[in-house]
Design a protein around this ligand. Structure first.
Ligand code: AMP
Length: 218
């Protein structure tokens, strides 16, 4: 049966970094709603045009648009064995939408990994975050710099700062997270699906804790 994991946590908690590592370890597809939106922005699709105003302001893209996008993505063949959801769901309506989608696909949410990191640490991490243009590999200017400044170690593409990682937008995104996404912690705790992971630890330890939480620890 397919296995679906949700990574929940504030912007800057390390969800993207960890989702990539978990995907490499488990063979599950990595589905990042933020990455899909950024791809649409880059290609100026209709969806990208709709989403841009919200993303630029650090607000959430409306639920109906986001849920439809994720439904389409999870229906593709590379998600047959399941997926690691990074950045979705972000509202309780999206969580209900996800239950519907997975019900139709014959699955369910198997585990929600809540990555907890204090606010001051989030701002510090996000304001120095760099992302690679080609594949979204993630670096941090101070704690995890690339070998050569401005160049991705993995694919050699240019590193850039996301527009929505500027400090003012970061603060707003954290506020939006507190108001709209944090209620999902209780939502999933009540369903006995939540495991809290200490996100302030070294990257390798966070991955090890996540693998242990999904029964794939060494
Ligand atoms: P992320 O890369 O996850 O930080 O997402 C970047 C931006 O994309 C967010 O600030 C939102 O504007 C939008 N976004 C990503 N995922 C969602 C979602 N599940 N619901 C609504 N908006 C989202």
């Amino acid at each position: 049966m397919a296995s679906y994991l949700v990574l929940l946590g504030p912007p800057g908690a390390g969800k993207g970094t960890q989702a990539k590592r978990l995907a490499a370890n488990t063979g599950l597809a990595h589905i990042s709603s933020g990455d899909i939106f950024r791809q649409h922005l880059k290609e100026s699709t209709e969806l990208g045009k709709k989403a841009r105003v919200y993303i630029d302001r650090g607000e959430l893209v409306p639920d109906d648009v986001t849920i439809a996008m994720i439904r389409e993505r999870l229906s593709r063949p590379d998600c047959k064995a399941g997926a690691i959801l990074d950045g979705f769901p972000r509202t309780t309506d999206q969580a209900a939408g996800l239950d519907d989608i997975l019900g139709d696909l014959g699955g369910r949410v198997d585990r929600v990994l809540f990555v907890a990191v204090p606010d001051d640490e989030l701002i510090r991490r996000l304001s120095g975050r760099l992302v690679c243009r080609a594949q979204g590999h993630i670096y941090q200017r101070d704690f995890n710099p690339p070998q050569e400044p401005g160049v991705c170690d993995v694919d050699g593409s240019e590193l850039y700062q996301r527009d929505d990682d500027k400090e003012e937008t970061v603060r707003h995104r954290i506020q939006v997270y507190r108001q709209q996404t944090a209620p999902l912690i209780e939502y999933y705790r009540q369903r006995s699906l939540l495991t809290e992971i200490e996100g302030g630890q070294p990257v390798e330890q966070v991955t090890a804790d996540m693998l242990a939480a999904i029964g794939k620890g060494s």
